[in-house]
Design a protein around this ligand. Structure first.
Ligand code: CA
Length: 227
């Protein structure tokens, strides 16, 4: 794996880089947050290890930008802080996992293995539901063979509904930011684009939402299949 290690403590980065190189990984070390953000746009890394406190750009901001660019590579945050809030904040921004300093190098590789497995599962995933098709590795969606451009939040919502394959998804699972109003806004925006293609987001009152294929579209598909 080509690993980008973003860490400004030279002793720690030397230790991690030597250890990972000994395991057969190629490691690029960068101590400045801005420079690391540039590297991430220039080269294709398989894995990112990023410290929270960095000169130039914080680790949080680096993670936020990685996900904003729809880069799907696994990211582990290295945090000196013990506060649970800081860790949750990193995960909310799109980090896959975190390690608190000090940690054992064996712990680091165990977490890296677990998270790259999860990453490669995601690469194989393709979600199809009626006229909707979502490729989770490329983050590319199409509706009735036309590209469907989705924001990150819309992507999460629609992929959760499509993956449930017609079953109702509880509201709690869909509202990542904890706000019911925001969820309703996203559902409304998605509906306007899905309905012309024969997909409906049905609300199950007091419970959640599910994705359905409109019956007239389903009937037409059946007629086409029989003709
Ligand atoms: Ca630091």
């Amino acid at each position: 794996m080509l690993v980008l290690l973003i860490e400004d403590d030279p002793e720690l980065s030397d230790g991690i880089a030597t250890f990972l190189a000994g395991q057969g990984d190629s490691v690029v070390v960068e101590s400045n947050g801005m420079a690391a953000d540039r590297l991430l746009q220039e080269r294709k890394f398989d894995f990112v290890l990023v410290d929270v406190g960095l000169p130039g750009l914080s680790g949080y901001e680096i993670v936020r930008r990685i996900r904003e660019r729809r880069q799907s590579l696994p990211v582990i945050m290295i945090t000196a802080r013990d506060a649970l809030d800081d860790r949750i904040y990193g995960l909310d921004l799109g980090a896959d996992d975190y390690l608190s300093k000090p940690f054992e190098l064996a712990e680091l590789t165990a977490r890296m293995r677990a998270n790259s497995r999860r990453g490669s599962n995601a690469i194989a995933r393709r979600i199809d539901f009626g006229p909707l098709s979502m490729d989770t590795s490329a983050r590319h969606a199409s509706l009735a063979d036309q590209p469907l451009i989705l924001s990150s939040r819309e992507w999460d919502l629609l992929s959760a509904l499509a993956e449930a394959d017609g079953h109702t998804v509880p509201k709690e699972r869909l509202q990542a930011d904890g706000s019911v109003n925001a969820l309703e806004v996203y559902v409304y925006r998605l509906r306007r684009r899905l309905e012309p293609a024969g997909l409906r987001i049905r609300m199950v009152r007091g419970f959640g939402y599910r994705l359905e294929i409109s019956t007239d579209v389903a009937d037409k598909a059946r007629r086409d299949a029989n003709s």
